[in-house]
Design a binder for this molecule. Structure first.
Ligand SMILES: Cc1ncc(COP(=O)(O)O)c(C=O)c1O
Length: 389
């Protein structure tokens, strides 16, 4: 507690913490009254944007009060201590099973997955498995294994470029066209070869939120396997779309129902309707993860196999994801996603009626609206995405 006598009268705003500077970039020598510490930070945050108006990363900003309570009750839980927090692990496993089911995993006993901080971590894990699988196969065949490449659209999320740089993989980027913002099968086929560790198809690209033709790419890869013996896996970046398509377009095949789709990433904190940061990495078959990538952790004598980038991490968002699963169910998710899509369509119509924009995505894909300016001579070309997550 402060020995400041003014704090008796006005414990926060009249205290010395509001009249004397506190060092910003050095640890203060003295402790501070908790109310004052709270107020100082709370007030500093007032100057930044409102999370509900965040149109950039479109993560979830509102959850039920009951879920907020669950989250705050579990803020101190370290997910990695699975021996202590057995229920957390069990709930994580249930979330993975639910997601694999939603993504059409043909054999639930074989399918595997893990929670991640977001899609970015999930993508890194997927890249690792594809690269190592390719390397081990090439080594076993006595072939060179030093020039792996990955085939994807030029519009993939930054994490793919990062992953390729970090893991030393050549990026074969398919350029987009002025009138088409997704990749085509022919373009994919022109890029793949025996050094391709995987092809990436995006279900809801970061720029236009359109879907790459994943079923067609799968079919072409299946033919390639059959005709030329080139077995190239397909990864689906479902950061946004994987929580939309199963509810709004269940007939669309983009997932483990397709033979070459081996891995999927999903952001729970986008249309999974959970606060940041939670994402999911899924494998149609746990055996697709090379054994050489699995490590063993020993926490308090409890030995567990692990395939993740982080060790310690909060477990609360896993509970929040599970809360949504049991609270909303299939119907609840579908209803929310449909409402968001209706809003996006309404917005797209209104923007279209202004006459100055080309509507690129009118909510047909994810619940978002993407437009470009018609008159590019007057303005710098700029594509705007409105997302009503
Ligand atoms: C298509 C796509 N992939 C990956 C990511 C990265 O996801 P996260 O922010 O969950 O790490 C994003 C984020 O917007 C995305 O849109």
């Amino acid at each position: 507690m402060s020995d400041d006598t003014t704090s008796v009268v006005t414990p926060t705003f009249g205290s010395r913490y509001m009249t004397e500077p506190i060092p910003k970039n050095k640890l203060p020598e003295e402790p501070m009254d908790p109310k004052a510490a709270y107020q100082l930070i709370h007030d500093e945050l007032q100057t930044q944007g409102n999370p509900t108006l965040n149109m950039a990363s479109f993560v979830t900003t509102v959850m039920d009060e009951e879920c907020d309570r669950l989250i705050s009750e579990n803020l101190g839980v370290n997910y990695i201590d699975t021996e202590v927090y057995r229920a957390n692990l069990e709930i994580q496993n249930r979330c993975v099973a639910i997601l694999n089911d939603l993504c059409g995993a043909p054999d639930p006993k074989k399918a595997w997955g893990t929670e991640c901080v977001g899609s970015s971590e999930a993508v890194m894990l997927a890249i690792l498995t594809h690269k190592r699988t390719w390397q081990e196969k090439r080594k076993a065949e006595g072939k060179p294994y030093d020039r792996p490449n990955i085939v994807m659209g030029n519009d993939v999320h930054l994490v793919w470029n990062k992953g390729a740089v970090y893991f030393e993989i050549e990026q074969r980027l398919i350029p987009l066209h002025p009138d088409r913002f997704t990749i085509s099968v022919d373009e994919v086929l022109a890029q793949v070869d025996e050094n391709t560790i995987c092809v990436v198809g995006v279900l809801g690209t970061s720029y236009t939120f359109q879907y790459d033709p994943i079923e067609e790419i799968n079919d072409a890869l299946v033919s390639l396997k059959r005709d030329q013996g080139l077995d190239i896996p397909l990864h689906v970046d479902g950061a946004s779309g994987a929580f939309i398509a199963p509810f709004l377009n269940p007939e669309l095949k983009w997932d483990f129902r397709l033979e070459q789709v081996k891995t999927i990433n999903i952001s729970g904190h986008k249309y999974g309707l959970v606060y940041p940061g939670i994402g999911w990495a899924l494998w149609r078959d746990a055996d697709d993860i090379p054994k050489s990538l699995i490590t063993e952790t020993n926490v308090l004598g409890f030995v567990e196999k692990s395939f993740s980038l982080n060790f310690s991490r909060g477990g609360a968002m896993i509970l929040a994801q599970y809360y949504n699963f049991i609270r909303l169910g299939r119907k609840g998710y579908a209803q929310i996603q449909k409402t968001m899509r209706d809003n996006a369509r309404y917005l797209a119509k209104a923007v279209d009626a202004m006459g100055r924009f080309n509507v690129i995505n009118d909510g047909t894909y994810t619940p978002s609206c993407c437009v470009s300016l018609k008159d590019e001579t007057r303005y710098k070309h700029f594509t705007t995405v409105f997302n009503n997550c």
